[in-house]
Design a protein around this ligand. Structure first.
Ligand SMILES: Nc1nc2c(ncn2[C@@H]2O[C@H](COP(=O)(O)OP(=O)(O)OP(=O)(O)O)[C@@H](O)[C@H]2O)c(=O)[nH]1
Ligand SMILES: [Mg+2]
Length: 257
């Protein structure tokens, strides 16, 4: 399995996340499609993000650093997916906000035939500790309700943890135009257009200080991006695409997880 971590000025938060991932990946039967390879995608970081990522590389868990020329979380994740080859591809935030048991929960869904397993803070069973300001919480609620119109039935498009079939990920991300924080909504809408089965599962999520999301700088962008996505995904797909079917090997690996 290949896991993408977009990272912008994450020298403080990334090392602990990579340490925890390595320990988790080494514990038995937890990560689908072992061995786990991590692809850290950096762009424009002005700190030692690339250095701390490279330092975490080990035979037990390979860590590769990819540089993305385009700014933004969406652009970074897309650049990461573009270099993947694995049967199962995932992405996760550098802050380690989502408890890693999410791998095991997502693996169960993939083994059951789900194409996109998304961590959610909004379904029954989720445990969250938020420390966001009232203004941000209000913005998040408005955002969720608009995003829910684009991908009906999905309650939390923005949790940073998602796993999906590798072939599906490569097809979907090849066409993604959203470079910022709203890219998840376009990914889910496109995946659904291709007939993918999407399932949310509850996560344990803690707010980790040091967010790169600025409500003022990124908030308005994120809402505008939703309008563009709604317009883009309504347009007919130009070339007919067949939904890639995961191989039995991928399903077995997921089940083993
Ligand atoms: N490469 C890259 N990564 C980014 C960029 N912007 C954000 N990220 C990464 O995207 C992930 C999510 O960002 P966070 O800062 O945790 O923000 P968030 O999860 O949307 O919001 P919070 O709830 O405040 O944590 C982190 O791993 C960031 O480093 C960017 O421009 N380039
Ligand atoms: Mg975060």
């Amino acid at each position: 399995m290949q896991l993408i971590i977009p990272a912008y000025n994450e020298e403080a938060r990334l090392p602990e996340t990579l340490r925890a991932l390595r320990a988790y990946a080494l514990s038995p039967r937890v990560v689908p499609g072992r061995p786990l390879e991590v692809i850290v995608v950096d762009n424009a970081s002005t700190d030692g993000t690339a250095l701390v990522a490279a330092a975490a590389d080990s035979p037990a868990m390979r860590v590769r650093v990819v540089h993305c020329p385009v700014r933004g979380k969406g652009a970074a994740v897309a650049a990461g997916v573009a270099v993947t080859t694995a049967d199962v591809v995932g992405f996760m935030d550098a802050d380690g906000a989502t408890a890693l048991v999410a791998f095991a929960d997502a693996a169960v869904l993939l083994a059951q035939g789900v194409d996109v397993a998304i961590g959610s803070r909004a379904v029954a069973g989720a445990v969250t500790s938020e420390r966001h300001s009232r203004a941000r919480a209000f913005g998040a609620r408005a955002y969720r309700s608009l995003a829910g119109r684009i991908v009906p039935g999905v309650l939390d498009t923005q949790c940073g943890f998602k796993l999906m079939g590798g072939d599906l990920a490569r097809v979907v991300f090849a066409d993604i135009a959203t470079t910022g924080f709203s890219f998840d909504v376009e990914v889910l809408a496109r995946a659904r257009t291709l007939g993918a089965r999407i399932a949310e599962f509850p996560v344990h999520w803690v707010d980790v200080p040091g967010s790169t999301f600025s409500p003022v700088r990124h908030g308005l962008d994120s809402f505008c991006a939703l309008a563009v996505i709604a317009w883009r995904v309504r347009r007919p797909v130009r070339t007919p695409v067949t939904l890639p079917v995961r191989t039995p090997a991928a399903l077995e690996l997921a089940a083993e997880g």
